[in-house]
Design a protein around this ligand. Structure first.
Ligand code: TXA
Ligand code: MG
Length: 359
């Protein structure tokens, strides 16, 4: 296990990007910002660097890495076939928060793909990420830069909390914009299939390439089905405390405020029960609803009027629960449309699918 390396703290200045690129060239590990979450970068074509990434994160080695590129030409060097639909998606959404799965070429080592014969490829849009890939001239494998199992990092501080002393450098690009990981689309099956929901929604994909399926394990957790993205099987993103989602049994949009009052009352009841037992408790709610709860224990997660403010805050909020040593966390749920579907996918996983229905 890697430990006690001096972790350099870098900015996204031209000089610091050069320093970081040199480290990547030397098979070292550099965390860097992307528009989704911070990634832990290393040479994707080097089994040594890929193994170092798994070791630093404490990640199971059957969980493949995404290869980050800065030029679409790279796709043809990494994949044996590039179907028209892949080209259409690349044109529509790259650079941006979309990862595509294609059959891999020999040059991509098994260490990077967890032994699979496919490869995940993405062109991020964050300028620091693009500069690092371009300056190093290397395809960069980058899982989220958290210790395995913890929420993905959305600031350089989150990365340092998890990986300081275990990696060579961190590029600080401030808080990321989107906050949840890229949408993953598998293009190796007849119907393109979403393996992980994200900012690029099913509807956005279908506008470009027609019908898109969703991996059935994303819709209903089923112990007999294996998710096609190996990483989706892990209890991920989880805070240390027990997290419950409290939501309406019957979602009646015509009666939003009254229905919400019942949810807030239920959360307050659960909160009070645990507080009386002397437990540390936190509540997650959008800013519009924060006023319902004890101001010392409510953590706000964006605004209902703008989904990306929720995704941008979600992982930071879960980490704040850990920092406060919360033993119990009660979260409101969010609408499951569009980006909300991706947010609820992460929140449900973080909660281990523990949902309390009201009434
Ligand atoms: O937004 C993102 O995608 C971030 C930033 C850093 O780019 N990266 C990220 O990587 O989320 P990671 O390693 O935390 O998640 C990669 C996911 C895992 O669930 C993994 O199983 C899946 O992608 N994956 C990678 N290669 C795959 C493949 N060939 N087939 C199916 N799933 C794959
Ligand atoms: Mg991850």
């Amino acid at each position: 296990m890697i430990s006690n390396i001096d972790t350099l703290l870098l900015t996204s200045s031209e000089k610091d990007i050069k320093t970081a690129a040199q480290l990547i060239i030397e098979n070292k590990l550099v965390a860097f910002p992307t528009e989704t979450v911070y990634g832990l970068g290393g040479n994707a074509l080097s089994p040594t660097a890929a193994s170092a990434i798994y070791a630093a994160k404490g990640r199971p080695s059957d969980n493949p890495l995404i290869v980050h590129i800065c030029d679409t030409k790279a796709v043809y060097e990494l994949a044996t076939t590039v179907p028209d639909k892949a080209v259409q998606l690349m044109e529509a959404f790259w650079p941006g928060p979309l990862t595509i799965i294609l059959p891999k070429k020999e040059i991509v080592p098994d260490t990077t793909t967890g032994g699979l014969n496919t490869v995940a490829i993405r062109m991020p849009s964050h300028p620091a990420a693009l500069s690092l890939i371009r300056e190093s001239g290397i395809y960069i494998a980058a899982p989220s830069a958290n210790s395995s199992g913890r929420p993905s990092p959305t600031t350089a501080e989150h990365v340092a909390d998890d990986l300081s002393g275990r990696i060579d450098a961190i590029i600080d690009g401030g808080a990321v914009g989107i906050g949840i990981e890229s949408t993953i689309v598998d293009l190796t099956s007849d119907t393109p299939t979403i393996l992980r929901p994200g900012f690029i929604t099913k509807k956005m994909l279908e506008e470009i390439i027609g019908p898109v399926a969703i991996d059935p394990t994303l819709i209903e957790p089923d112990p007999n089905l294996r998710p096609k993205a190996p990483g989706m099987k892990y209890t991920h993103y989880a805070p240390k405390g027990e997290l419950y989602i409290v939501e309406a049994a019957h979602k009646d949009t015509s009666n939003g405020e009254a229905a919400h009052k019942e949810i807030a009352d239920k959360i307050i009841e659960l909160y009070n029960e645990k507080k009386e037992l002397g437990c540390s408790v936190k509540i997650l709610a959008p800013s519009e609803h924060a006023g319902f709860y004890n101001k010392d224990d409510v953590i706000t997660v964006g605004s209902l009027s703008d989904g990306v403010t929720v995704s941008a805050r979600l992982y930071a909020a879960l980490r704040e629960c850990d920092a406060a040593e919360a033993e119990f966390i009660y979260s409101e749920s969010f609408e499951e449309n569009e980006l909300g579907g991706a947010i609820m996918n992460r929140l449900l996983k973080a909660a281990g699918h523990k949902v309390i229905l009201v009434p």
